[in-house]
Every structure is written in C-alpha cells, then in structure tokens.
Design a protein around this ligand. Sequence first.
Ligand code: KG4
Ligand code: ZN
Length: 345
Amino acid sequence: MKILGLESSCDETAAAVVENGTHVLSNVVASQIDIFAEYGGVIPEIAARSHLEAVLPVIDKALKDANETLDTIDAIAVTHTPGLLGSLLVGTLTARTLALLHEKPLYAVHHLKSHVYANWLYTKYDIKFPVLALVISGGHTQILSMPSHNSFEIIGTTKDDAIGECFDKVAKILGFPYPGGPEISKHAENGDPEKYPLPIPKVAGLDFSFSGLKTAVIRKAQSIANLPISYPSHDIKNHLTPEQKNDLAASFESTAVKILLEKLDAALPSCLYSSIIIAGGVSANSLLRKTLGKTYKNLPVYFPDPKFSGDNGAMVASAAFFEIESGVKPTNPYSLTISPRSAIS
Ligand code: KG4
Ligand code: ZN
C-alpha cells in the first residue's frame, strides 16, 4: 500500500510517498528555517503563508520522485493535530481537496504518533512490543507506553516548556540562531560540560520541567558576566566570551540529557518493556544518541534516521499505514477537524 503523507504542523512543508509503512519512495521537505532564523523563532502567520506557497510544489515533487501520481497512490494521510492552526489548515485543506478530487481514502494523523513511527521507516529490524517511547520535540516532551501498534498511553509529560523549546530559548540567550538544538550541540562540542553545574529539577513521577533549567542558565550567565539578576536576558550574549558560551552550551546540554535519563530510568521498572524508542526533533541530539547507545539497561534503543527525526511527511504516511493495519477507518474529508492541542491516543 502506497500512502502520500503530508505534514505542515509547524515550519516545515513536507510530503512523502511510503510503501507499507516502512519503505520510503520519496521524501520532500521545504523548511522555513532560513526565514525564521532571522526572527529567532516561528511567526505563525508567516509560517501559514509559506506553507501555502510550498504545499503544491512539494506534493508534486514527492509524487514525481516516487514515480507515482495522485491516481496511483492508495491513500492520503495528513497531520491534523497538534500544531499551529494556520499551518495545520493549509495541510489539511489541501489533503481534503485532493482526497475528494481523486477519490482516495483520507487519514488524519496525530503529530506525535508520526514522530514515533519515524522509527519504523527503513527498518529492517522488528521492533518488539511493549515499547517505551520518549518523544522529545520543539512542542512536546512525553514518555509513552506503547503496548502494541497504534496504542499509546502517556505516562509522563512536561509541566511547562518542552525540551526542544528549552534548547531554542537557551540558544537565543547565548546568541545562537534558530533552531537552537543543533547550534547548542555544535558549540557544546568545544565546551566543558562540567564547567557550570546546573540543577536537575525535582519533579514527581515521570513528569518533566524545563523552564527552571532555562532560568538557571540565565542566572549562571549573568553571574559569569558580573551582571545583576535584573539584567535583560536578550543582551547577556554581548557580555560572554565564545569560550564561556561553549561551556554554558555544554553544561546545559549535559544537564538536559541527564534529566531525560533520570526519567527514562524511572519509567523502565514501572512495566516490562521490550524496546526503547526515541522520537521527535531532539532525538537528533548526538550526546543523547551517544549516551544511550544501541542498548540501554539491556533493552534495544531505536532512534530515527536523522533525516526523519525532524518533521517530515514520511513519518505521517507510516503512522497512517499502521493505523489502517490496526483497523482505523478513513476520515470524512468534509468533516476533518484540526486542533492546536490534543493528547495522543
Ligand atoms: O520534532 P520537531 O522537528 O518539531 C516539533 O514537532 O516541535 O522538533 C524541533 C525541535 C527544535 O526545538 C530543535 O531545536 C530541536 O528539535 N532539535 C534539536 C536538535 N535538532 C533539532 N535539539 C537538540 N539537539 C539537536 N541536534
Ligand atoms: Zn514535530
């Protein structure tokens, strides 16, 4: 079964054709990163307009790269929640129109489910259930229990900022461009992770908190630069040396990874899992990949291929395939709804 997957929930317009949930026939991503690097973050109105310009050419290229047409594919899948409303509207309206015009079944997919399914793309291995999934992205930080395909229970979530958001905010404080995650990693490679110890937040159970870590970085940076705690965070970067920035980046990154590991450790004994899956944009992080390795506490650890860790259409097509396999019926194109926030189920 060949599925055209569309993704437009944030600042990537993406389309892909995937066969049987795992075999990627094409994958096209038009990123708006260059536009938002200059603003230091995503501007929803601009994101929606950029999706409008990109969506049809991106779909066209994905179909051509796969040697398919809208008539030869079997189904269309699209992200409908969570995300920026204007961005979701562009993707879903396009998908609804194409499904109606070409009489194809339409599947509306949850964005976090797609991130998890990025781990099934190109996999020759058989990921064993039950799975413990750590979803770490710009908008979410969750631990999911996944007993079987298309079945999820949230067992931990962030109380405030998402981890990717925290990487982006800390990068901005240090004067690095958006998106901050890869920039922090790059600078951290030349820094000392032990130089500026940062506190690990105490949060009950399997939940997370990242806003305190961001504040701790601001306070540490102010004290290194001999600035008062009232000093505006947007200007601290002008008082830090490149070496201090590298050390702060390394100290922050290692603390963020320690927080993830602490909760992963806490989650593992709560149930018997057979595999660990890491998903979402932050799963590209090389320190996390190195720290967890291929096995952790005797369990196999899976990371998506780095090209599928960020937002893409292939993971949407994969998630839809496994939904179909689990008996999920197509969505009515006339009544598909979008939502900025909703829990995975
Ligand atoms: O999953 P994603 O592409 O979009 C959302 O669904 O939010 O995640 C984007 C996030 C951004 O916050 C970005 O800074 C972060 O993933 N990210 C990273 C790395 N690459 C991207 N964070 C840490 N290390 C990285 N190498
Ligand atoms: Zn995402």
